[in-house]
Write a protein that binds this ligand. Sequence first.
Ligand SMILES: NC(=O)C1=CN([C@@H]2O[C@H](COP(=O)(O)OP(=O)(O)OC[C@H]3O[C@@H](n4cnc5c(N)ncnc54)[C@H](O)[C@@H]3O)[C@@H](O)[C@H]2O)[C@H](O)CC1
Ligand SMILES: [K+]
Length: 223
Amino acid sequence: MRLVTSAQMKQIERNAVLAGLSYSEMMENAGRVAFGALSAYHDFEGETALVFAGKGNNGGDGLVLARMLWRAGAKVTVLLCDGEPQTKEATANLSLLPRTVAVLNLAYETQALEGLSKPDFVVDALYGTGFHPPFEMRDRQAAQWMNCCGAPVYALDLPSGVDADMARADCDAVRARCTFAFDSLKYAHCREPAKGYCGEVHCLNIWIPEECHRGLYWEIEEQ
Ligand SMILES: NC(=O)C1=CN([C@@H]2O[C@H](COP(=O)(O)OP(=O)(O)OC[C@H]3O[C@@H](n4cnc5c(N)ncnc54)[C@H](O)[C@@H]3O)[C@@H](O)[C@H]2O)[C@H](O)CC1
Ligand SMILES: [K+]
């Protein structure tokens, strides 16, 4: 299994764009493969799902997944933990959500967490490779809620609160049942203390062509 830094992952994504795959297609693929992996654990029809989405592209992956969960019959609530998305692709995916998906913006609805009931499962799309500890207060509260709600948490790419490269973890980092890593493993999936927050790690192919990984130095991690 390939093991890359967050800078190498960004280079791989840039190579993918040069090879003809857009950022928006990569985000769609990430949401889609996470949906496929999650279907091994849940039926979706009639289930309640809470998707915690951050302001970056990890949040965008979560918005794609939210749309697919809704399409599969789940009752989906999206929590925008840091306000509106800040990237073009994530913004586009917010606008693609159907009206029957409830969207709560924690930047304005500051008491929203207190009114939430335990869902059947939680998707952690707060932060991925862009995060550097520590959490700010609102993110900390969201992560604490995920850790205390009693429902299984599925993390997209990384559990929020861990540093992809240094494998450090905020003390309130999300404790995932499963982490769906995209394209390649990052150091946080393999090194303590971050590894301890990941649960089962599944590395998923988001259809970045193989040649986009050439010329970069990466390690091989036994799985
Ligand atoms: N690039 C792509 O098209 C794809 C990326 N994928 C997914 O994207 C994330 C990485 O996304 P990015 O926007 O770079 O970062 P994050 O979403 O993790 O974080 C957003 C943003 O937050 C800022 N930040 C960092 N630390 C803190 C902090 N302590 N408090 C507040 N804010 C913080 C920082 O500026 C970040 O930019 C990757 O993991 C994938 O999930 C897709 O897989 C496919 C395409
Ligand atoms: K995450």
